[in-house]
Design a protein around this ligand. Structure first.
Ligand code: SF4
Ligand code: SF4
Ligand code: FES
Length: 661
């Protein structure tokens, strides 16, 4: 079984074990998990064969959006097995070509398709990710009758897969893991579902808008049709993973990054043993870290651009665990007949031409984190004015500052409006929820204006990060009408990140700002903080968590942290709170230094364990014994104390438990 048994952050609560048949072979897995997950856990990667060339196909998106997981289930063809729950005794068959109704297709399925459920509602929210859930909370709170539909089996969208702590400001969940944020949002919805203000249809896809009948057509679980007649629609349907061209890109084992997260972090199933990650944006970096947490080896991260697109602190986290980031490299081809058995990668020059020799990467999975495309099909059907903005991920609807599209019945929020972070998606959801409430006469003009401006101010601040430069540029093409709040564009030039300048950036900061003053450092029992956060990103948990005020208040959420060392006690609360794992503490008062390092891997070390002390690129510099392990925030970020020679204090940044000693 390809199962995660020991995860440093997550506990997998599995349901009842059931038996099912795959091509006549008896297998077992847990009821209600998606069929594709059950098959992957049983080592089955081929789900279908293509019509023309009979090429094997596996799943790709795992969220019901790409159709690459179609199989025959209990005689019904074209079932999206990535979002169809497993049941006792199911007959699951590999699908060959286009699925057809055969003589074993049960007739009651067809009967049920003819009996739609009709639902009338004030607000229909499509998509239960961070934007959709926030829209529901805002609109229901302001008195709207809300109906929420979502394709997945569990509410929360991408949040339910995020084991890392969120950046952003503390009032918008910074410092809390995505999985926990999903729980918080779902709990907040409960009073509205109990009072009947909110109705939820999960495992339900909104597949068509019919303007003449003014109805949104949904299918639930591939079997039931629901016709929803809303007064207002908020489309927060998220985004779809992009695919890039390379030979063998359709082989089972080539997965979208979101699918890999779903497998590992929602269902505790391994995508493979060794992964090549394509893309060094935030998603590629975060998923690489999550793979390491799940015990999967990441052979390398290849990135076409000459710089890392994601946050440097994310890049540092994976590099110090020994994952090389190869800039100006891409995947040339997947190797394998039936599934991925390796990959060829190659360097590219500034013009994107291949240079140098191809290199073979030993891997069984190729994970694509090469960008997302907004899911906007329904908005096309609704006749909304659409515009192609590459910086926003593709076609997006024009919208005004209330997030209303050119079709006055439709609003947008989250990745469907522009590819961004979950934190900003939640604020967009709030704006959309507020805006529909205003349109339905639930709130006054002045209440609406004040609240909307407050949300926009927070949103703009979060989008001032240098990593949001493309988003800011793109939004200028998608926003229409009078916009009372300035969407500023950054004056700052993004810093260049490559193998040399990365080290350079750290070294300069190391020398100029992050080394604590030596005279104080030598005598401060408990140690002083060292912060390695050299990029302007929207984030403040280090400041918020510091009990003594040593990390100074931020004027702007994107400021680099500044420290008043005279107030630092070395308590390491910031070490445990920082989502970028960029804070460390060193006590220099003894003969050897005591380093206090953040740790989120398995196994959790115990006092006395031998650990390898790793530098910023994962090289072992020394071995040491663990002196103490703390979990200050009870949230699975541990602070591990180790003794190292003083000359290694500015070099050691990670630990690896040596299990066999
Ligand atoms: S070690 Fe403690 S006192 Fe020092 S900056 Fe961090 S949280 Fe503040
Ligand atoms: S050091 Fe502070 S600003 Fe930088 S990533 Fe950590 S918490 Fe955020
Ligand atoms: S629809 Fe199932 S993998 Fe994409």
């Amino acid at each position: 079984m390809h199962v995660i048994n020991d995860h440093p952050i997550l506990k997998f609560e599995r349901g009842r074990k059931v038996q099912f048949y795959h091509d006549g072979k008896l297998m077992e897995w847990y009821e209600n998990d998606p069929i594709a997950v059950a098959l992957q856990a049983n080592g089955v990667k081929i789900l279908s064969y293509s019509k023309r060339f009979h090429r094997p196909r596996g799943f790709f998106c795992a969220i019901g959006k790409c159709s690459s997981c179609f199989m025959r289930v209990d005689g019904l063809p074209n079932v999206r097995t990535c979002i169809t729950p497993l049941r006792e005794g199911m007959r699951i068959e590999t699908q060959h070509g286009i699925g057809e109704f055969l003589e074993d297709t049960p007739s009651d399925v067809i009967d049920q398709l003819g009996q739609p459920l009709i639902v009338e509602t004030e607000v229909l929210v499509i998509g239960a990710g961070p934007a959709g859930l926030s829209t529901c909370l805002e609109a229901a709170d302001l008195g709207c009758q809300v109906t929420l539909v979502d394709e997945s089996l569990e509410l929360g969208g991408q949040l339910i897969k995020q084991t890392h702590k969120f950046f952003g400001s503390s009032e918008d969940f910074a410092g809390i893991r995505g999985v926990k944020i999903a729980e918080i949002l779902r709990e907040k919805l409960i009073p509205y579902t109990v009072s009947g203000k909110l109705t939820i249809f999960s495992n339900t896809s909104a597949i068509g808008y019919y303007a003449k009948e003014d109805v949104v057509l949904c299918t639930q679980g591939e079997k039931r049709i629901i016709l929803i007649k809303p007064k207002a629609v908020v489309v927060s349907s998220g985004a779809m993973e992009k695919l890039i061209p390379f030979s063998g890109n359709d082989l089972p084992g080539v997965y979208g990054a979101g699918a890999v997260q779903t497998l590992m972090n929602v269902y505790g199933v391994l995508p493979g043993k060794k992964v090549l990650m394509v893309g060094a944006g935030n998603i590629g970096l975060i998923v690489s870290y999550q793979l390491l947490q799940a015990g999967v080896k990441v052979a390398a991260i290849v990135e076409l651009a000459p710089r890392v697109g994601g946050y440097w602190v994310h890049a540092s986290k994976v590099q110090r665990l020994g994952v090389p980031i190869l800039l100006q490299h891409t995947v040339k081809g997947a190797v394998g007949e039936k599934q991925v058995e390796g990959a060829w990668i190659q360097q590219v020059d500034e013009e994107g031409r291949f240079v140098g020799a191809e290199k073979f990467v030993d891997c069984d999975t190729i994970c694509l984190a090469v960008g997302l495309t907004p899911t906007v099909d329904l908005l096309w059907q609704a006749g909304c004015e659409m515009v192609y903005v590459a910086d926003l991920g593709g076609y997006v609807p024009k919208r005004d500052w209330t997030l209303r599209t050119s079709n006055p019945k439709f609003w947008i929020a989250g990745d469907a409006s522009a590819i961004g972070e979950a934190t900003t998606a939640m604020l967009e959801g709030r704006i959309a929820g507020l805006s529909v409430s205003k349109a339905l006469g639930k709130v006054s003009e002045s209440f609406f204006k004040n609240k909307c401006e407050e949300y926009w101010t927070r949103l703009n601040e979060l989008r001032m990060a240098e990593t949001c430069e493309r988003l800011r540029k793109g939004l200028q093409f998608a926003l229409s009408g009078n916009f009372p709040i300035t969407v500023q564009s950054s004056e700052e030039k993004s810093q260049i990140f490559n193998e040399e300048t990365y080290a350079d950036a750290f070294d300069k900061r190391t020398v100029q700002s992050i080394i604590p003053p030596m005279d104080l450092w030598k005598k401060r029992k408990g140690g002083l903080v060292i912060i390695e956060c050299p990029q302007r990103i929207p984030c403040d948990p280090c400041h918020v968590s510091c009990p003594t005020g040593a990390i100074l208040p931020f004027q702007n959420i994107n400021d680099l942290p500044s420290v008043d060392y005279s107030k630092c006690t070395g308590c390491a609360m910031c070490v445990a709170a920082c989502p970028g794992l960029a804070c460390f503490v060193a006590d220099m008062t003894g003969e050897q230094a005591i380093l206090k390092l953040p740790y989120e891997m398995s196994p959790i070390p115990k006092e006395g364990n031998v650990v390898a002390c790793l530098d910023r690129s994962g090289r072992e510099l020394a071995r040491s014994k663990v002196r103490k392990v703390q979990e200050p925030r009870r949230d699975r970020t541990f602070v591990v104390h180790v003794q190292v020679p003083k000359e290694l204090v500015m070099l050691v940044r990670a630990l690896k438990v040596i299990e066999d000693e």
